[in-house]
Design a protein. Structure first.
Ligand code: SF4
Ligand code: SF4
Ligand SMILES: [Zn+2]
Length: 464
């Protein structure tokens, strides 16, 4: 009997990467890897690598939990996903993190910028526009978990601090500023003023590489000194910072372990977020079967390139398990104690806990601290934890604060190649746009930016 060379696992709806039409897709396993197979009647067949770890890919389904929805949806379902964003009533997760792009402008012109920002592109949003976008988030979420002020480069907005003041006056639990760090590096007084917004305030600092040659390719500029100086200022202020690493295959994926080890030594750094990106379409001869960097590959590289994480330290985040991996550790005077392996998965599936921002989650924090203290009583502690604690100098009275918690996140944003309607409905990183709609970050970049709107309208028309 003839047999397929792959094992058929699932069926979904994807997009044609050429014309962005909804098309059927199969998920198959072949030679230890997970692929998506699809066919557009007009643009033919494509095969896309979506994961290189079948066991992990299957395990994602065990992390599903009942969806939490916003208090208000902003659009109806009419044309079918993803042409109804949003959030439309069909969406299956509220905004765990909402991005507010306060300007199109930037003091860099990165070749990889999804927003096309540059010193001259577009304009700054007015204060009134930004306030109205922030109000929309609050109307949807009541007490938004995380709001991220972004751009372009938000720190060059002439009313940047007025925007922060307004955001701080709202019931937002955690506020972040997404920045390339140039302003923080050049102007200590500026950084000092940022510190006045703490607590519940965090810098999301672009940090892609230790090599100027890599930074020139990704960002079009030599930024090593800028990063160093920005971190020096942030450390001086102990201003909570997450390093954000945009990963490109073959370019900076060998620096993953080095970045984590470096981050662990920085007083102000609470964690590292890795964002795998694809260069499809921008590179000739890009092979979607072999040249993509997938979330599972990043996870494997973290395990390979660091000494302390094991497989059960880096697990799917239940609010959007396809796109997010998380791991927690305690950093203790040069020692690292991975924690995720001690967290009961059932607790993660409890809706009362937001696993994206542990600083906001007293329970989760308490749980981690409990793990630490139960380690002192051997009857409750796992042998492993107990023996780990015995190696540490201060088991008697650990003085733990947020400074000691460290978090690794892998955040994969789907593109037209690996788009899967099943997982996009769980997207929890959203953007509020200028029409006060809340749009998943991925579909925003695919279909809802100004230069895509005409195509979107055509696609919507074809659905009727
Ligand atoms: S991605 Fe979400 S908001 Fe957008 S159309 Fe699909 S279900 Fe609706
Ligand atoms: S720093 Fe960010 S916003 Fe500015 S051009 Fe680069 S990617 Fe775009
Ligand atoms: Zn097509």
């Amino acid at each position: 009997m003839p047999a397929r060379k792959y094992t058929y696992y699932d069926h979904t709806i994807s997009l044609c990467p050429e014309c962005l039409k909804r098309i059927d897709a199969k998920i198959v396993f072949e030679k230890e890897k997970v692929y998506m197979l699809k066919r557009c009647p007009e643009h033919g067949r494509s095969k896309v690598l979506i994961a290189d770890d079948i066991a992990y890919y299957k395990n994602i389904r065990n992390y599903n939990k009942p969806s939490e929805t916003p208090y208000r949806f902003n659009t109806d379902t009419h044309f079918g996903c993803p042409y109804d964003c949003g959030l439309c009533t069909d969406h299956e997760q509220h905004s765990c993190l909402t991005v507010v792009e306060i300007t199109d402008r930037c003091n860099l012109s990165c070749p990889t910028c999804y927003a096309g920002s540059s010193p001259t592109y577009g304009r700054h949003r007015t204060l009134e526009e930004v306030k109205s976008m922030l109000d929309t988030i609050v109307e949807n979420e009541r007490e938004p978990d995380v709001v991220q002020i972004s751009g372009g480069e938000p720190t060059i907005h002439p009313q940047f601090f007025e925007i922060l003041d307004y955001a701080k006056s709202l019931p937002i639990k955690h506020l972040m500023v997404n920045t390339n760090g140039i302003r923080i590096s050049n102007d200590f007084e500026f950084a000092r003023r940022l510190k006045t917004y703490s607590p519940d305030f965090e810098i999301y600092l672009q940090f892609d590489s230790f090599e100027n040659s890599v930074l020139r390719t990704m960002r079009g500029a030599d930024l090593v000194k800028v990063r160093e100086n920005a971190l020096k200022n942030l450390n001086k202020l102990n201003l909570s910072t997450t390093l954000v690493v945009t990963l490109q295959k073959g370019l900076n994926d060998q620096e993953i372990g080095k970045t984590i080890n470096f981050a662990l030594r920085q007083k102000c750094v609470r964690g590292v977020t890795f964002q795998p990106t694809q260069v499809a379409g921008r590179l000739e001869n890009f092979n979607t079967e072999t040249d993509r960097i997938t979330l599972t590959e990043v996870r494997r590289k973290i395990l390979e390139q660091t000494d302390f994480f094991e497989a059960d330290d880096l697990i799917p985040v239940p609010c959007n398990p396809d796109a997010l991996v998380m791991g927690y550790a305690l950093k203790l005077e040069g020692n690292v104690l991975p924690l995720t392996r001690y967290i009961n998965p059932a607790d993660l599936l409890d809706n009362s806990k937001n696993t994206i921002v542990y600083e906001q989650d007293e329970d989760l924090k308490q749980q981690m601290f409990d793990i630490f203290s139960t380690g002192i009583s051997p009857d409750k502690a796992s042998t492993k934890l107990h023996s780990l604690l015995c190696c540490l100098p201060f088991v008697e009275a650990p003085e733990l604060g947020y400074d000691n918690l460290f978090r690794i996140i892998i955040m994969e944003f789907v593109d037209a190649y690996n788009f899967d309607v099943r997982s996009i409905k769980k997207s929890c990183v959203h953007i509020v746009n200028k029409d006060n709609k809340i749009i998943p970050f991925e579909t925003m970049n695919l279909l809802y930016r100004d230069d895509k709107i005409e195509r979107l309208k055509q696609l919507q028309k074809e659905q009727l």
